[in-house]
Design a protein around this ligand. Sequence first.
Ligand code: NIG
Ligand code: FE
Length: 405
Amino acid sequence: MDSVDLLITNASELLTLQGSKTPRIGSQMGKLSIIEGGSVAVSEGRIVAVGRRLRYRAETTIDATGKVVMPGFVDPHTHVVFAGSREQELALKLEGLSYMEILKRGFGIFSTVRATRKASPAELLKQSQKRLDTMLRYGTTTCEAKTGYGLEVKTEVKLLQVQRKLAKTHPMDLVSTFLGAHAVPQGMSAEEYVSLVIEEMLPNVRGLARFCDVFCEKDVFSVGQSRRILLAGKQLGLLPKIHADEIVDTGGAALAAEVGAVSADHLLRSSAEGLKAMARTGVVGVLLPGTPFCLMMQQYAAARKMIQLGVPVALATDLNPNCWTENMQFMVQLACLNMRLTPAEAVTAATFNAACAIGMQHIVGSLEPGKQADLLILDCPSYQFLPYHFGVNLVETVIKKGCVV
Ligand code: NIG
Ligand code: FE
């Protein structure tokens, strides 16, 4: 009998998410490739086998009878590295101020920029580490992290260096995105700032980030300005991502398709044309239901329409000081209860499709031989409990690269 490091046995449901190697669309999103009574064998941090009766001698065996075993959540959109907090903005929101009105008064992103510029790398590291610890406890084993609270060369670089340190020292797999174009700094015109991003920031962050993102929005960066930034980033090897059509439909979804973005995120107001263009070009739609939730908005992204049109849908927390949650289980709950995804679609969106949104689908996002052993044991008998038993942490055990964390 071969021996392995770890054997997890007899899960009531083993969600393998085995299937196509490309982002799942349409009815594929509802297929989790479940093995009932399933086991997983792990060696040297990788999955060796999945199946019903696995014959291995194991150093450690975990009995998962009555429990769900699934891939770790992938959170493909976070702003996890920031300083300070914005709890006082709830009072403004309750008075009826919108997200953009709060920003225009010099709060919102600008408050966080002031705090983040002041914070030392050590302070940022400590605060972000704590958030990554929480994410891990709630089952996120891979995440993306954006910059965007510097809005000046030196702080943007500082944020990427903190991210690099986190990626090296924390068990979480962390992929970096440069979001220099997150807001127009006070006292500068958008055009002036776009030139600074393209001419000074991009050459300095090259090699430190995998993606380049832009907040393409009315009164922030126009489609034209966003295009220039994303294409300049692409020339330096940074793959495009975009905050698109969150508050106003400016044509962000269509721009994502045009520049070959890996993902377009938010998409609350996107037109059918924009979504169709994304479907044609395979741009992943990353939906962030925590944001409309904490802004007390009635409208969520049209997830059902996206799935019907063939847009691969993913879920993320958007973790930032406006929408502060580390919890992907809550995103699954909001996706089902407020966007009418089925539980199976939401699980695909929070694992395999989320991995596709950050180019990590070859390593994580499903439980298949050869892939990294990032998996969760849930204290419930079926994945359908994820949106059903809400507001608690259903994750009992987190296994990262084959080790219980
Ligand atoms: O994705 N909308 C732009 N950026 C972030 C929020 C950042 C913030 O408010 O600090 C988002 O929601
Ligand atoms: Fe965001």
